[in-house]
Design a binder for this molecule. Structure first.
Ligand code: MN
Length: 251
């Protein structure tokens, strides 16, 4: 049995190489696969489930094939695709999970989340997060014309790039150790899996100075990154993308 975790693919029309890497990864899944978890920022941005863009079709149909024929696919929202909704879930067969969620792997309780909520030092971002995650604000936003929503997102991405260039201290974009240990304590778990920071690594002693592991998934900008959990343990793998990537990256 294998369970796979991926995050931060940032799929977009401008990066067909990443889409292809994802489709290739999907076709490599065997019937031995027990579940696929997508921990947010699957898409570079998401303006609403009514986006009719054609490049989304192979992604949607592949997810549906996996969900129907291979294994359940679970989805946690990221800071870029938090507007993925019930229509997308219905079209693709993916099951939307609350954040954080608790799952059981190898008889161990695990807390899973995208990870942006752990970056508590970035107070400006946390304020913004509270607003855009507000259900009423989302309800209003999703009733704007599609064209207007695309414009708003394009503007937001420009500002986000500018802001990140200004941030000299990259620490602020990483998780706060205290937020990690607080969350693990509150759910009484010794394993956490998240993405968002694009710093793939297995951190020991994340809950207390002597216990708790935090696994960070990598992004898919310059390589593919997959965490496989099987009977033997954890394997944080990366593999090359086929085409040459560009280097404009934001988290
Ligand atoms: Mn993110």
């Amino acid at each position: 049995m294998s369970v796979f975790f991926i995050a931060d693919l940032h799929l977009s029309e401008s990066r067909p190489d990443i889409t292809q890497a994802f489709l290739d990864f999907c076709s490599s899944l065997t019937c031995d696969t027990q579940a696929l978890y997508i921990l947010g920022d699957f898409f570079e941005y998401w303006v609403g489930d009514d986006d009719p863009s054609l490049w989304l079709n192979p992604i949607k149909s592949t997810l549906k094939n996996i969900a129907e024929q291979v294994c359940p696919v679970y989805f946690i929202h990221g800071n870029r695709d938090f507007l993925i909704g019930k229509t997308f879930a219905k079209q693709t067969g993916v099951q939307l999970l609350n954040e954080p969620s608790i799952v059981e792997l190898n008889k161990q309780r695990v807390v899973i989340l995208h990870g942006d909520s752990l970056c508590t030092q970035d107070t400006g971002y946390q304020k913004y997060r509270k607003i855009v995650r507000n259900k009423f604000i989302q309800f209003i936003f999703l009733r704007l014309p599609l064209k207007t929503r695309f414009k708003i997102f394009a503007k937001g991405r420009e500002q986000s790039k500018e802001k990140q260039q200004q941030v000299m201290d990259m620490q602020i974009l990483d998780v706060t150790p205290q937020a990690v240990s607080d969350l693990m304590e509150s759910y009484q778990v010794d394993l956490m899996i998240h993405g968002h920071t694009h710093r793939p690594k297995i951190h020991r002693n994340a809950r207390t100075p002597s216990r708790g592991t935090r696994i960070v998934l990598g992004d898919w900008y310059t390589q593919g990154s997959v965490l496989e959990v099987n009977d033997d343990g954890f394997l944080l793998n990366s593999f090359p993308l086929v085409e040459k990537p560009d280097n404009s990256r934001t988290i």
